[in-house]
Design a protein around this ligand. Structure first.
Ligand SMILES: [Zn+2]
Length: 196
């Protein structure tokens, strides 16, 4: 383990030291303005094991989602053809009607629902089993009723999709496909440009 760990220090109006991993595995430390460099170094050293673990995980995830611009294009097109009808289907089944619906390319957030009722689904859902994508659709539709993850929210999800917990598990990394394994994408020539 590297004991002389380099990190980017950002001073801010805060009381605690916060550590997060940025793009390329960069270690970003946010610290109170008055904290000394020695104090901050001490905290970073103490948490080295955890930081290394976070960093490894972040880099692994980054690699898994590194797609070429062509693949991203194709994923978004395929997602529009596949995910929007799924959302439509469950909107009809549940009677929950979103406002604007769009396909985004968020890497860790599979779906989102705004307070104005627009729903965004990530094209990266195409890398997961469709049973999981259906769950994300229902999850976001239920946010039209509850903008939180309360018991009531999950009761509503369960009402519309009794097996949602099994489907949610399918969003685990072990179920993730490579873009080349997504049916319908394999015919597209792969570019070499990697989007990070
Ligand atoms: Zn949610």
């Amino acid at each position: 383990m590297n004991t002389d760990m380099e990190y980017t220090l950002i001073r801010a109006d805060r009381k605690t030291v916060g550590i997060r991993i940025g793009g390329g595995g960069e270690i970003i430390v946010r610290a109170p303005r008055h904290a000394s460099r020695a104090q901050i170094d001490g905290i970073v050293k103490k948490n080295m094991g955890r930081i290394e673990k976070m960093r490894r995980l972040a880099l692994e995830t980054e690699d898994a989602y590194a797609v070429s611009s062509r693949e991203l294009c194709a994923l978004k097109r395929l997602a529009a053809e596949t995910l929007l009808p799924i959302l439509d289907k469950y909107s009809n089944l549940t009677g929950l009607v979103p406002g604007r619906v769009r396909i985004g390319s968020a890497k860790k957030r599979f779906g989102s629902c705004s307070s104005s009722g627009s729903i965004t689904l990530s094209c990266f859902l195409m890398l997961y089993p469709m049973a999981a994508a259906e769950y994300v659709a229902v999850h976001e539709l239920c946010h039209l009723v509850y903008m939180n993850h309360s018991k009531e929210f999950y009761a509503l999800v369960e009402k519309h999709m009794p097996d949602f917990r099994a489907r949610e598990k399918l969003l685990g990394r072990e179920y993730m496909k490579k873009p080349s394994e997504v049916p319908g994408l394999e015919k597209i020539e792969l570019g070499s440009h990697v989007i990070r």
